[in-house]
Design a protein around this ligand. Structure first.
Ligand SMILES: Cc1ncc(COP(=O)(O)O)c(C=O)c1O
Length: 466
């Protein structure tokens, strides 16, 4: 107990926020939403910005600190979205900002494609150390999650001299043509963009709440994995042509789906059987989000290639594809990118990893348990909460019509998220009918409960409970 208290103190102190200030802070909505200044920005945005983005509600944010953001009209929100899982160390963490500032005064860009600089090699060394598996690894730097996935796709083909890929229904791996070919979370994301890359075959993810084979774990005996071997590889896809299998160890955009313990080891065994590379997409689930550095560590499995981005640099653009050195055997000129591994992003990433290793991983695990317990309690009380699942601070709450029919209630899910916004809590959806909880990893228990209270009030309002 004494240890937990002192850890809490460290978490708030080191993250630039006194405990007294945290205790006093509350969401504060002082205008109608959107407020007058926000409306001006929204009009300009509507006129000039691509309509392809998926904004859920009109939050026009001006500044952020920790788990709090303030909009252009001075309204204060609790951010349980982390800018889609990016600001792992919280908004504008003082140590990350300092690292960025220090680096920015020395060197903004040189291009790791043609030159060397210390930060890039230092970060590669650190990533090689923290990614599961033997230390002998190499890192390809890029700028985003989709680019990390593209790199893994190209690397797998190059190394294996095989052309096909396996991916999963519900997967989200990004929106560039290669990554989009693996993505299968929403048809809108693919509509009118065909033809995509050929040679991608999708199989069922272990979504046990809605098992595609209508079975139950563990008596199912991992039928979803056996199907790949017994049916797909025998009748449709020659396994010796498959370069790689891409998997999110916890599915993100597809609905925050945690597979059962046997799923990842079974996939590993299948890949080993046919010498297929297992690619672990940790873009959303990695960098401490689940209370471990990488979500795959929850399943005692190691991949051949890892993709990271989002939370790795606390908000600056950076992606990386990491593999054993023996796999990353492509020759000079085969793959590169001008901005990749930018020195300022690398500085932010080194500081981010330092903060994760020194308190935030533990905080994510501890606060995640608190959040899961409280949300599971809500599930006992409200029939329209079909499932609560997650690890650490990567939690999904799937809303349904009722526990028996499990009918998805997308409109009500969206209404809950909008209601939470009106009351000062920023949430995002995932999948068809799930609300996701991904606050910055600096969150305190007090802040967590504040947000969950707003969420419960929003649920009660939308589902008509007095
Ligand atoms: C698991 C996963 N992979 C890849 C991506 C693509 O990342 P980006 O949007 O940075 O291209 C995402 C984005 O949400 C993701 O969740």
């Amino acid at each position: 107990m004494a240890r937990a208290v002192s850890k809490k103190r460290t978490v708030s102190k080191r993250h630039g926020r006194s405990r007294a200030a945290i205790a006093k802070k509350r969401p504060n909505i002082g205008t109608v939403l959107p407020g007058p200044k926000a409306r001006l920005i929204l009009n300009k945005d509507r006129r000039y910005v691509s309509p392809s983005y998926t904004r859920f509600y009109p939050a026009v944010i001006e500044q952020g600190k920790g788990v709090w953001v303030t909009d252009v009209d001075g309204n204060v929100f609790l951010d349980f979205s982390s800018g889609i899982g990016v600001v792992s160390t919280g908004h504008c963490h003082p140590e990350v900002v300092k690292a960025i500032r220090d680096q920015a005064t020395k060197l903004l860009h040189m291009s790791g494609t043609d030159f060397y600089y210390p930060n890039q090699a230092n970060l590669a060394e650190k990533l090689a150390e923290i990614v599961p598996g033997a230390r002998n690894k190499k890192v390809f730097f890029c700028n985003s999650g989709a680019e990390a996935v593209e790199s893994a796709m190209k690397l797998a083909r190059y190394h294996k001299r095989r052309t096909r890929y396996i991916a999963f229904t519900g997967a989200f791996h990004g929106r560039t043509f290669g990554a989009l070919s693996l993505t299968a979370s929403k048809a809108t994301q693919r509509k009118y963009f065909a033809p995509l890359l050929s040679g991608v075959t999708h199989v069922s993810y272990a979504y046990c709440y809605r098992c595609p084979f209508n079975l139950q774990y563990p008596s199912c005996d991992m039928t979803c994995v056996k199907y790949i071997d017994d049916v797909l590889f025998k009748k449709v896809v020659p396994p010796e042509e498959v370069a790689a299998m891409f998997i999110e160890p916890i599915q993100g955009e597809g609905g925050y789906i945690v597979p059962p313990p046997g799923f990842m080891p079974a996939l590993r065994a299948l890949c080993d059987k046919y010498e297929i590379l297992l690619v672990d997409d940790e873009v959303q689930s990695g960098m401490g989000r689940t209370g471990k550095m990488f979500a795959i560590e929850h399943f005692s499995t190691k991949a051949d290639i890892y993709c990271v981005a989002k939370g790795v640099a606390s908000g600056l653009p950076l992606g990386a594809c990491i593999s054993r050195s023996g796999i990353m055997d492509w020759e000079p000129g085969s793959h590169a990118s001008t901005f990749a591994g930018n020195p300022v992003s690398c500085a932010a990433a080194l500081k981010t990893i330092d903060l994760l290793e020194n308190g935030l991983l533990d905080n994510a695990a501890r606060c995640g348990d608190v959040a899961l317990a409280r949300l599971s309690d809500l599930k006992e009380r409200y029939e329209f909460i079909g499932d609560v699942r997650g690890k650490g601070l990567m939690i999904g709450v799937e809303l349904v019509g009722d526990a028996i029919s499990k009918v998805p209630v997308k409109d009500r899910r969206n209404a809950v998220i909008y209601e939470a916004f009106k009351n000062g809590l920023l949430l995002l959806g995932a999948g068809e009918s799930t609300v996701r909880f991904i606050p910055p990893l600096v969150i305190t228990e007090n802040e967590l409960h504040m947000g969950l209270e707003i969420f419960e009030r929003a649920l009660r309002k939308v589902f008509g409970i007095r």
